[in-house]
Design a binder for this molecule. Structure first.
Ligand SMILES: Nc1nc2c(ncn2[C@@H]2O[C@H](COP(=O)(O)OP(=O)(O)OP(=O)(O)O)[C@@H](O)[C@H]2O)c(=O)[nH]1
Ligand SMILES: [Mg+2]
Length: 344
């Protein structure tokens, strides 16, 4: 890698020299205005200082030098973007090639260009090739983690993502670890096995469970569970896809004391997750629960969703075992998990 510092009278002149000396693939690392000469700060001449670099593996081509009129512009701001070449148009130097698949990740498309620039700039400034910490910083800046203090927690989401299993894990967490009185309601009455599944967990934990076939049942269940500190509501995904149902439920239930979490499986494709989030947007969501983190080799969707939807993460599930396979990790822990898994 060649790094060059150039001092010139104008930015145009500096750019022209960089282009001539380092070629059109040069990357501008820094620009600033400086004062040269003078006497006690008086009569100093304003100059522009520009630091640029080019990868040694890139041959310095001979480029036609622009005419003087085109480049003799006066500089108004020091915060310029490189006009020689867009950084993302540049291939990564071979030391950073292992980051290329990462930058092509669908879940990272919103930030890929900025990430590309940051990776290159950090590499050229520090010569570091392990940029894990930089990535972690980027991810952590976007992730939001939300705790819930609501009295009702409702889970919604597509079929088979792990809603009922997660309800069971949450029920155990609140009963055994938090010592709270927990009640369960299920509105998933489409399949007998779904009711049986949750009843089994309720029996093991010794907590009450109510099956709500309609909204009147739901109301009665709420009354019956008035003594509970927290009520966990399992739903069939299709409940919250039905606009009529959502409207009636909103008329009858006070959502100010309810957190609705959308359960998304990390085994789904990122684009599908975005669509699912759209489809389940009929009810205001408090956040997301990511399930099946144990079944995938990368977790970038968590970052992509946070970037795109700004929904906070409530918890992540990591296996089929009830109650242990659930984590209420911090943003710091989650971003480390996402980056380390993604770099394997
Ligand atoms: N590997 C893995 N499997 C999970 C996890 N959470 C749930 N499962 C499994 O996923 C399958 C479906 O889980 P359920 O809890 O029944 O999913 P659901 O969303 O309630 O499904 P429906 O009620 O049919 O919509 C079961 O085999 C669970 O054991 C997880 O975090 N990791
Ligand atoms: Mg279920």
């Amino acid at each position: 890698m060649i790094v060059k510092k150039i001092t010139a009278d104008s930015m145009g002149e500096a750019m022209e020299r960089i282009k001539r000396e380092l070629g059109k693939d040069a990357i501008i690392l820094n620009t600033r205005q400086i004062k040269v000469g003078g006497f006690f700060g008086l009569f100093a001449k304003k100059k522009v200082e520009l630091v640029a670099s080019v990868d040694e593996h890139v041959p310095v081509p001979s480029v036609p030098i622009p005419t003087a009129e085109k480049t003799s512009e006066t500089v108004r701001s020091t915060a310029i973007r490189p006009s020689i070449v867009t950084v993302s148009e540049r291939p990564l130097p071979k030391e950073l090639r292992h980051y290329a698949p990462l930058l092509a990740e669908p879940a990272l498309q919103q930030v890929a260009e900025r990430l590309h620039e940051r990776l290159l700039a950090t590499y050229y400034q520090t010569q570091q090739t392990d940029l894990t910490e930089l990535l972690k910083e980027e991810v952590e800046a976007k992730l939001r983690v939300a705790a819930s203090t609501a009295r009702y927690i409702m889970l919604t989401g597509p079929t088979g993502v792990g809603k009922t299993t997660t309800i069971a894990k949450l029920a155990a967490h609140h009963t055994l670890l938090k010592n709270q009185r927990v009640g369960l309601i299920t509105t998933d009455t489409y399949r007998i096995s779904a009711i049986e599944q949750l009843k089994t967990y309720a029996d093991i934990l010794g907590i009450p469970i109510h099956v709500a076939y309609d909204l009147d049942d739901f109301e009665r269940a709420r009354q019956a569970l008035q003594e509970c500190d927290i009520v966990l509501v399992d739903t069939a995904g299709r409940n919250f896809l039905d606009e009529g149902y959502v409207e009636q439920l909103q008329n009858r239930h006070d959502f100010t004391e309810t957190d609705v979490f959308l359960v998304l499986s990390l085994t789904s494709k990122y684009r599908d997750l975005l669509q699912i989030r759209e489809r389940f947007g009929k009810i205001p969501l408090s956040g997301v629960i990511f399930s099946k983190a144990d079944e995938t080799s990368e977790l970038w969707s968590m970052f992509g969703l946070a970037e795109e939807t700004e929904l906070p993460i409530y918890c992540v599930t990591t296996g089929q075992e009830v109650p242990e396979d659930i984590t209420f990790a911090t943003a710091d822990e989650l971003s480390r998990m996402i980056v380390e898994r993604g770099m394997r």
